[in-house]
Design a protein around this ligand. Sequence first.
Ligand code: ATP
Ligand code: MG
Length: 298
Amino acid sequence: MTAPLELPGWTHTYSGKVRDLYVPADLPAGGEPDRMLVVASDRVSSFDVLLEPPIPGKGELLTTLTLWWFDRLAGGDGGPGIPNHLIPDAEIPAAVRGRAMVVRALRMLPIECVVRGYLTGSGWGEYQASQTVCGIHLPDGLRNGDRLPAPIFTPAYKAPQGAHDENISFERTVELVGVEHAERIRTLSLQIYERGAATADARGLILADTKFEFGVDADGVVTLADEVLTADSSRYWDAAAWAAGQTPAERMASFDKQIVRDWLAAHWSREGEPPTLPADVVERTAARYRELIERLAG
Ligand code: ATP
Ligand code: MG
């Protein structure tokens, strides 16, 4: 991983798999920041490992899409008004303009709030073993890529860095964050999914599944954080291909990092260092990320 940038007014504090976090440079040692700078890099991860090389332009595309969705979800078009962590119109250092945002520092809840409208990925794996996903019983006879009778909330425990996230039941979520927060993040997640899926549908896209992160602000308000409804955090498919396709590959024509997942699954046993992504996989992924923004936001 390349070293974090020197940014005027900010001090680097943490790097996740994709994002670099900075706190105000004038924060006293040991102090709690009230705001943070979140910089999206071009790094790409799959199966919880970081891959080489980065995908050119990805950080900017993720940031553009997150800002576009924040605006729509905040009620810009008559929606329910989902509170998010963005501090609008804050000054962004020139070196990262376009791929960074200033946000309120939240106490993050350690839950990956996954919502699935369709059955695939780890949900498909669990379904084949037990006909459930995160303890939710599903009808029999479903195929990979099928639409579910209704969207389901399938949380995962956000493991500390280096460990793999783990699908958990709603009961386990209650144990981890308390019943009030657990119910709130379930309600918000399903609401955001419904709105995202409807918007995608109007543009010929299927929002198959997606993942949110929430934090609690200083007033105790559960607030949408991180990135939202991007090609990194979501599976988007082409609706026409899904309707006409026969094989799973034809049905699930993806506008996300599925290209990377598929290539990696075919070329890596998930042990040791993952291989370097070939140039054509990098280029096709970058093109798909751009295409998604064009299709959604025009
Ligand atoms: P990990 O941190 O385990 O690598 P990740 O892949 O989700 O997980 P990134 O998305 O690269 O990590 O990093 C973003 C980090 O910033 C996450 O740990 C996320 O929980 C945290 N984060 C996002 N928004 C906020 C916020 N408003 N306040 C505090 N932390 C936040
Ligand atoms: Mg993240």
